[in-house]
Write a protein that binds this ligand. Structure first.
Ligand code: TRP
Length: 401
């Protein structure tokens, strides 16, 4: 995601436009070898964003229809980097969509991507606390551990073991031209880039493939990673047909949410590190303060026109999302009440919408034994699946001795 180094990912994720692709951010030596290692005729990894976005959106609409008809055919895997509290962008961009899919009857796996978060060295607070905070956000939002599996990377050694064979299936050139990774590097402001920064998309393929996830709800910035996942699955299946000749891995689809873009209170991309995001767990007073300081513009009459008036429109949109109303109608109602009435409306709408979430989260946070147990149970379930997949991988590769 565009935001990544900072915000919990999915956040940004589901709500953001494709990452820009600054040139020249590839790893040293990338850009030479190009084809799939070991040859092969399948298409190499391309920069997904742009050209194929329309196709991804069409495919998502088709899948939504299939979910409506038969949700049980989907095993959904999605996740977030534990980099800080989830905020409203996450809620409307992804969290509530996950709860909807769970409630529709799809099988849902939610990953706390604690190894991937190691690329975000500047996140505040201890990693362990951020992980528990993320789990509290999930639980308070309605992800139900009785129906869905919540787990962390670090608890599933068998998942991590897939990384090595998977890495052998992609070239350094492919790793170096991933537009989301390039964007993260460009925004990191760091002179040196870790190996993990280039390889985490392959690790993300292991996240999705260990449980044979076939559907991944993501934002546009994650499409390149989904493309890596599909490529790895395809190349693995080609190179190592299972004992019966069948494919070991599915080629998962992305599910893009139609969620509209919410900006931060300063009119920029919503991200915790920019101080412009309203955390779901923020108090009503903190929420009021952030909204009071939000940027607007010099035109008194409030209207909904995201292209011409991005700041005002994002506030209108936030109120509309919280109230389950149409933003044009909300703007018309505020009309000449101007920015002051707009901000009052937004503050009340947000605080009212989040009140049940906040109450539930505070209750859950009183005993951290519970989120820890949720992670242990989820990790146990994930390990069973990962071990079974690893056995199939060993059979296919001929490494079961
Ligand atoms: N890369 C995602 C992000 O930054 C987080 C993530 C890790 C993820 N593994 C995943 C998302 C697997 C979907 C599927 O937001």
């Amino acid at each position: 995601m565009t935001s990544t180094l900072t915000g919990p990912s999915a956040a940004a994720a589901e709500a953001h436009p494709p990452a820009a692709c600054p040139a020249g951010a590839g790893p040293a030596g990338a850009g030479t070898a190009d084809g799939p290692p070991g040859g092969g005729a399948e298409p190499a990894l391309s920069a997904t964003v742009g050209g194929s976005l329309a196709a991804a959106l069409r495919r998502s609409a088709e899948i939504e229809g299939q979910i409506g008809r038969n949700p049980r055919q989907f095993r959904i895997l999605t996740g977030d980097r534990p980099t800080g509290d989830l905020h409203l962008g996450h809620y409307f961009g992804t969290l509530r969509n996950r709860v909807r899919l769970q409630d529709a009857g799809a099988e849902l796996f939610v990953l706390v991507a604690d190894y991937q978060a190691l690329t975000d060295r500047d996140a505040d607070g201890a990693l362990g606390d951020r992980v528990l905070g993320l789990v509290l956000d999930y639980l308070a939002a309605g992800i139900d551990p009785a129906r869905s599996v919540i787990f962390a990377h670090s608890a599933v050694p068998e998942l991590n073991q897939l990384l090595l064979p998977f890495l052998s299936l992609v070239t350094t050139a492919e790793l170096g031209r991933n537009p989301t990774v390039k964007d993260e590097i460009a925004h990191s402001g760091r002179a040196s880039v870790s190996g993990l920064m280039f390889t985490y998309p392959v690790h993300q393929a292991a996240d999705i493939l260990f449980c044979k996830g076939n559907l991944v709800p993501v934002g546009q910035d994650q499409l390149p990673h989904l493309e890596v996942t599909r490529l790895v699955a395809r190349r693995f299946n080609d190179r190592y047909p299972g004992p019966g000749g069948g494919a070991v891995f599915p080629e998962p689809d992305a599910l893009l949410s139609g969620a509209p873009l919410l900006l931060g209170t300063d009119g920029g991309k919503m991200s915790k590190s920019r101080g412009n995001a309203i955390a779901l767990r923020a108090t009503a007073d903190e929420t009021a303060r952030l909204i009071r300081g939000a940027s607007t513009d010099a035109i008194r009459r409030v209207s909904y026109d995201p292209a011409a008036r991005p700041e005002v429109s994002s506030l209108v949109l936030l109120a509309a999302l919280c109230l389950d109303r149409d933003p044009v109608a909300v703007a018309a109602e505020i009309g000449d009440g101007g920015a002051a009435l707009l901000k009052r409306t937004v503050t009340e709408a947000v605080n009212e919408r989040l009140a049940p979430f906040r109450a539930r989260r505070a209750e859950l946070a009183a005993d951290l034994g519970y989120p820890r147990q949720v992670l242990r149970d989820g990790g146990g379930r994930a390990r069973e699946l990962a071990a079974a997949t690893l056995d199939e991988v060993r059979d296919a590769m001929g490494t079961r001795y």
